[in-house]
Design a binder for this molecule. Structure first.
Ligand code: TA6
Length: 297
């Protein structure tokens, strides 16, 4: 029987309460940072280290309701990424972000709070994907943000899955940012599926950009002159990095994305997608993680 989430609250540090749309969330406030994680989708929506503006971006048009993804923050894509290869009717980026996760624990130590949420396979998911699993998102809010995604095979057969921490970063103006760390790395455009030639130098955003960088575990650095900050994203056990900005036309085509919001955000995503999806045996656990740090420019 799941624990009543309220019983895990830590007064004035980590409060379990109804947030947007009445969805339950854990609001963290410590001497080092503030943050929010919804039980819906195990979805982090905010991380504000002391002295900074929120590092994560959420659309003003986002839905906050069952069976719909929150637009922004860190959607968890599982057990597939993008369109379901064998069934175009499948929810994009899988169904884990559409379901309520169970709050397993909240721990507070040295000004950091770690919130652990979990989702087990269920009948609703089984109609899309037959495997038995438990996925945990272990998130530590502090001067840095550490997000650890753990997938355990609880069944009797191996399975292969795809996963992403699809992080939306808040920026002052996406047309002025630079992303480094992916120079010379092969990437596939998710706009037309083409395999592009590796490019030298930093990534600049001058049009719709939707790239899956292949076979790279390198950290990426986002320089934002408008907000005078550098965000470093370190990855663990992630072979792909996605860089995405919808630009003008695609922003207009998304009902849960404001027409004029595209300059405020960029996605840099820790993931294992397509042919890079991990395979795990019964009782095995695969851990993928992201660590974010903010420094002044
Ligand atoms: O990660 C980039 C991407 O796959 C884009 O192609 C775009 O579809 C984006 O994810 C948002 O996906 P969503 O299903 O959240 O609208």
């Amino acid at each position: 029987m799941p624990t009543d989430p309220q019983k895990l609250s830590i007064p004035n540090i980590a409060e379990v309460l109804p947030a947007s749309g009445g969805l339950p969330a854990v609001r963290v406030t410590t001497k080092n940072a503030a943050g929010t994680i919804y039980l819906h989708g195990g979805h982090v929506t905010s991380w504000t280290p002391v002295g900074n503006k929120d590092v994560l971006w959420c659309s003003q048009k986002s839905n906050y309701e069952a069976e719909k993804p929150i637009r922004g923050g860190v959607p968890i894509c599982f057990p597939w990424f993008g369109k379901k290869a064998d069934d175009p009717t499948g929810p994009p980026h899988g169904y884990a972000r559409l379901m309520p996760w169970e709050l397993e624990s909240i721990n507070h130590q040295d000004g950091e709070v770690t919130v652990t949420v979990a989702l087990k396979n269920n009948d609703a998911g089984k109609k899309w994907w037959p495997h038995d699993f438990i996925i945990r998102h272990r998130v530590t809010f502090g001067r840095e943000l550490a997000m650890q995604l753990e997938v355990t095979n609880t069944g009797h057969h191996p399975f292969t899955f795809q996963e992403a921490q699809h992080t939306y970063f808040a920026v002052g103006d996406v047309r002025k940012v630079r992303v480094s760390g992916l120079a010379g790395v092969n990437y596939r455009s998710d706009i037309d599926g083409s395999l592009a030639k590796p490019r030298p130098g930093d990534i600049l955003i001058t049009a719709e950009t939707d790239r899956i960088y292949l076979d790279t575990q390198a950290p990426v650095v986002l320089e934002d002159p408008s907000l005078n900050r550098r965000i470093t994203m370190n990855k663990l056990n992630s072979k792909n990095t996605v860089i995405w900005n919808p630009w003008i036309a695609k922003a207009k085509n998304m009902p849960d994305f404001g027409d004029d919001e595209w300059p405020e955000m960029i996605c840099m995503e820790t993931c294992n997608v397509a042919e890079f999806g991990p395979k795990i045996l019964p009782n095995q656990t695969h851990i993928m993680a992201t660590r974010l740090r903010v420094d002044p420019l």
